[in-house]
Design a protein around this ligand. Sequence first.
Ligand SMILES: [Zn+2]
Length: 162
Amino acid sequence: MPLFVNLRHLEAHEVRLQGEWSVEELDIDPRDEVIQANQPLQYDFEVQQVEEGLLLQGSLRMALDCQCVRCLKPFQYHLDLQTWACHVPLEGEERAPVVNDCVDLTPFVREDILLEFPRHPLCDPQCRGLPKMAAGRAKKASGAGRTEVGSPAWAELNKLKL
Ligand SMILES: [Zn+2]
């Protein structure tokens, strides 16, 4: 079911929309085999009438089943837009269609949530830099090891000299 807001209701007061959208309702095309949208989108936002349009403000949350592009491990990615805001124009060329005083907000929410999908999902931010970081650690460790080995050796030499 599309998410409609009635403009007549908005004239009197702000409208709060809260609920869940199934993936079928949102009609999200995963497009990507490493990202699967299997769980509903949770929305909770207020709709306010502003000049030339509507202002949506609130939160969008959704869990995505992803596969890490580095290590191929499956993991859940949590989209959590706590301070989501969106302007829906009601005037001009880009204006949203109004049918029986109602505006369908679905395309705006869909577009914004799709923008937040990870491009290259990673199980952990560190997964991306793993080869580099491991090399750095190894270098540091061997360097530290050399000093540790070196110091007593020099101490021994000094003893011999004395
Ligand atoms: Zn990974």
